[in-house]
Design a protein around this ligand. Structure first.
Ligand code: AMP
Length: 473
């Protein structure tokens, strides 16, 4: 159950004013599956009645024809939630739906609140009874406890109390609301389809349903979407510095998405080009660790002139029910996901392009399989700097101690993974590859400098642990 609050990296989707709202949300969630595989859910409204269906697992496992058909109404929001070890719990599946005095309200959240505990304690003192350990539930109670008269004002007032990273879709009985925190840590976009408005974490969800991209929800914007159209308001003034998550470009978002206004694949290709300039390599072949290293590998190959080939193949059909093999055959589990193409790598000097090294353990196992496949020399180039600090804004990184880059030199990491050479892209090189000026980004995982500190300090952020600790004293 630990660490739910550290790992709320998710996909959100919403649609207002379409007769096939649930079905389109289901399809949108398919496109956002990479943002979360633990659970999926949809809540719909026909303006009066609200319906929900949630479950553990992939979108394809959670919904069937019957369930989709029962989700009636022309308003819907949906959510895919990221898988975390030990926290597979239906209580934490989203959207989170409650009935308040003013009617039903549901929330689908991507991000991490940094003032969750303080806010929760305050709300509990005011009588709120929490059902889950999700920070999304805090948002709902903050709205329900607002003293403002008008429902929209209450929503705005409740959301304004949240601090940290949140891109949210909310459903009320007669509309949906899209809101993004004032620093804009996580992406959220607005689109249109057959006169209906659509919101999604990433634009790849629009492509799938043939929706047209209109614009991003702005940092600090709250957008009410009802049958009166769009009403944009703000939860904060516009002066706050942007903190777009750079890791969305590096690893998390899909390459066919445009986030913060720019395509992910082309950005990663530029990272690969910068990497080739900074860290050239004498090799016969460039190979990618698929899928997240593929775009940077193309850029590295184009810039260096070293041919690109497919040295590893990914199995996409593992799912969450994959049974871990017993200890003595555990080594084989890495091949379930990625298998080298022996005839490509055998006898070759290869430069492997990886998007990031986090713990270093997966890379070590993958490199061993490439050695076993007969690669003569293996050089690794990583398309971002070493990760030295955890993320408090919604990306699933382990603690500082577990991040190999926080305590090991590049040479030590090279030896641990078993490489002939290793180099990372510098922070300056990363900035050069980015489509926006450097002051727009959050790079705290590479620098340890945070734009907004978690309420209980660095390294003490886990809300569930905080709650159980406080409950004991
Ligand atoms: P490791 O060698 O154990 O550090 O794992 C590196 C691999 O993890 C790379 O292929 C990355 O694409 C992938 N990765 C990076 N960040 C994350 C994350 N937050 N969640 C899951 N995988 C990640």
């Amino acid at each position: 159950m630990a660490n739910d609050y550290l790992k709320d990296k998710c996909g959100v989707f919403g649609i207002f004013g379409h007769k096939d709202a649930a079905r389109l949300t289901y399809l949108g969630l398919y496109a956002l599956q990479h943002r979360g595989q633990e659970s999926a859910g949809i809540v719909t409204s026909d303006g009066r009645l609200v319906r929900e269906h949630k479950g553990m697992g992939l979108v394809s496992e959670v919904f069937n024809e019957e369930e989709i058909s029962s989700l009636t109404g022309n308003i819907a929001i949906g959510h895919t939630r990221y898988s975390t070890t030990g926290s597979s719990n239906i209580k934490n599946a989203q959207p989170f739906l409650v009935e308040t005095l003013a009617g039903h309200i549901a929330v689908a959240h991507n991000g991490n609140l940094v003032n969750a505990l303080t806010l929760r304690r305050k709300l509990e003192k005011e009588g709120a009874i929490f059902q889950s350990s999700m920070d999304s539930e805090i948002a709902i109670h903050a709205i329900a406890h607002s003293k403002k008269k008008d429902f929209k004002e209450r929503i705005k007032d409740g959301i304004s109390q949240l601090e940290g990273a949140f891109s949210m879709a909310l459903l009320v009985e007669d509309g949906i609301i899209a809101v993004r925190d004032k620093r804009g840590f996580r992406p959220l976009s607005l689109g249109k389809l057959d006169g209906a408005y659509v919101i999604a974490s990433e634009t790849c969800a629009f492509d799938l349903i043939h929706a047209e991209f209109i614009r991003d929800i702005e940092p600090g914007e709250i957008l009410f979407i009802t049958d009166k159209g769009l009403k944009s308001d703000r939860i904060s003034d516009k002066k706050t510095r942007c903190s777009f998550c750079v890791f969305e470009y590096i690893y998390f978002s899909r390459p066919d998405s445009s986030i913060y206004g720019h395509n992910v694949h082309l950005t990663r290709k530029r990272q690969g080009r910068e990497l080739a300039k900074e860290a050239p390599c004498k090799a016969d072949l460039v190979i990618a660790i698929p899928d997240s290293g593929s775009s940077a590998a193309i850029g590295y190959s184009e810039q260096s002139g070293i041919p690109l080939d497919m040295g590893m193949v990914r199995n996409h059909y593992i799912g969450r029910t994959f049974i871990q093999p017993a200890q003595h055959i555990r080594d084989l589990s890495v091949r379930v996901k990625l298998n080298p193409v022996k005839d490509v790598v055998k006898g070759k000097k290869i430069v492997v392009i990886e998007d990031s090294i986090v713990r270093g353990t997966t890379s070590k196992a993958r490199i061993r399989t490439l050695r076993e496949a007969g690669a003569k020399e293996i050089h690794m180039r990583v398309s971002c700097p070493p990760h030295i600090s955890p993320c408090y804004y919604g990306i699933d990184f382990p603690t500082k101690e577990e991040l190999i880059g926080s305590s090991h030199t590049v040479e030590e990491v090279r030896r641990f993974i078993g490489l002939d050479s290793l180099a990372y892209l510098s922070l300056e090189g990363l900035y050069k590859a980015m489509p926006l000026p450097k002051n727009k980004f959050c790079v705290s995982c590479f620098t340890g400098k945070y734009h907004v500190l978690p309420e209980h300090g660095i390294g003490k952020f886990n809300l569930e642990n905080q709650l159980s600790f406080l409950n004991k004293i």
